[in-house]
Ligand binder design. Structure first.
Ligand SMILES: *Cc1c(COP(=O)(O)O)cnc(C)c1O
Length: 435
């Protein structure tokens, strides 16, 4: 049996059924911005493995950091012990993150970071004598992960969790953040936000949102003024603000952290994904001294969370090396170049009748179609053109590694535009012209 058939016997892939006939490609290695398939083909990577691999793959500096740490210890429990990789990474995160965030809680994945952030907010409110505040406010169009509490604040429709209605805690939702990035924000745009704070502000523990870029919930970019208004309203109503920067952190939106577009500091900030440059699963929750002090002063005087692999030394060492590399590489220039390349390269798609919008921010390029893409038939079209692009819903999008050359980027955008040009809408879905 070949690898794909063996895979289909046993393994679930993200949001799939075991044994699903949709195409799946065996990858045997990855180097720089290229994935190497078992059959020898090489694909230029347009996904950074879901926002993570900002330096590309098999990077000598990150490999070296991993080797060095492996020789010392790859893991040790974090209860009652500490080690240089965790301390150095925490110091680096505090130094680089928005002003005022001083305390770091390490976890093993993005969804768990969100769980921990939500629990932190609840514990801080309880400690402040505000235990009636147990709800979270979340804009529609958001994505915060797949565990139960994270799902409860994802977009209730695109979040795919209508299935879990009745089990998930019922949170408070408002419309997607408006206006779009680059557009002028008016009182009208903020009216609903103000209204919900006025009506339910005293029940809210925190507002949770993805700053500026809503990722897996729709790949939309919104105006910094919305974020500033959210910060102001949270302050006025005693509500905490949780910024989920798991996708946007480490330069993706053109700022190191997307909250910098609005020049605000959240009470809690979650990072993950690109934290280790895509090498290992690691995430972190950052918060203020005030939050940490409040939690310590309430019952039971400790923060009630502690994952087994918390502060994993191998992951922390690689993360520290990845952040150092990011700073040494002049990521701002890299992201700016990718932004320009995406703007130029994706522009031709604007004229297609089945394209609703083309938008670019930082190293994120989105071609939104008028109809959802049929993944099974469209995925092979990218592979045939030598690129790795994985659309979802109506969105065909790119978030390349920051180290991609302008030549590779042009090849990637040309391939994407060519695939989209060769689609048609049939029975409400985008399928190949040949279908
Ligand atoms: C991916 C993502 C998460 C969840 O992270 P996992 O590591 O997949 O659990 C949460 N929030 C945002 C914004 C994300 O993009």
């Amino acid at each position: 049996m070949n690898l794909v058939d063996r895979d289909r016997q046993h393994i679930w892939h993200p949001y799939s059924a075991v044994g699903s006939p949709s195409p799946i490609y065996p990858v045997v290695a990855a180097e720089g911005v290229r994935l190497k398939l078992e059959d020898g083909r090489e694909l230029i990577d347009g996904m950074s493995s879901w926002w993570c691999a900002v330096h590309g793959y098999n990077h000598p500096v990150l490999n070296e950091a991993a080797m060095q740490q492996l020789d010392k210890m790859s893991h040790v429990m974090f209860g009652g012990l500490t080690h240089p990789p965790a301390v150095e990474l925490a110091e680096t995160l505090v130094e680089l993150s928005p002003w005022g965030l001083q305390k770091v809680f390490f976890v093993d994945s993005g969804s768990v970071a969100i769980e921990a952030a939500m629990k932190m907010a609840l514990q801080a409110q309880i400690a402040r004598g505000q235990s009636q505040r147990h709800l979270f406010l979340s804009p529609r169009g958001g994505y915060h992960g797949d565990t139960l509490d994270a799902m409860s604040v994802c977009d209730p429709i695109t979040g795919m969790h209508t299935l879990f209605q009745g089990v998930l805690p019922k949170q408070v939702f408002i419309e997607r953040p408006e206006p779009a990035f680059g557009e002028h924000c008016t009182e009208q745009h903020l009216a609903q936000l103000k209204q919900v704070f006025a009506e339910r502000g005293d029940q809210l523990a925190a507002m949770i949102l993805e700053p500026i870029v809503q990722g897996a919930g729709g790949m939309r970019f919104y105006a910094p003024e919305y974020l500033q208004a959210a910060r102001r309203l949270c302050d006025e109503h005693g509500v905490l603000l949780i910024a989920d920067e798991i996708a946007t952190g480490f330069g993706r939106s053109g700022k190191l952290f997307a909250v910098e577009h609005a020049d605000i500091t959240p009470d809690i900030l979650c990072v993950g994904k690109a934290l280790t440059g895509g090498y290992l699963s690691l995430a972190a929750v950052l918060t203020t001294d005030e939050m940490a002090n409040d939690i310590a002063s309430g019952e039971p005087g400790v923060f009630m969370h502690g994952p087994t692999f918390m502060g994993n030394p191998l992951a922390c060492a690689i993360a520290k090396a990845s952040i150092d590399l990011l700073c040494a590489n002049d990521w701002q220039q890299q992201v700016l170049q990718i932004e320009q390349g995406l703007q130029q390269g994706l522009a031709p798609a604007k004229t297609f009748t089945h394209v609703a919008e083309v938008r670019v921010l930082g190293a994120i390029g989105v071609v939104e179609l008028t109809h959802p893409v049929d993944m099974s038939s469209v995925q092979p079209m990218f592979v045939e053109r030598g690129v790795w692009v994985r659309p979802f819903g109506k969105l065909v999008y790119l978030m390349p590694p920051f180290v991609m050359s302008s030549g590779d980027l042009a090849q990637l955008t040309d391939a994407l535009v060519d695939v989209v040009a060769n689609l048609q809408i049939k029975d409400g879905v985008a399928v190949p012209l040949s279908a």
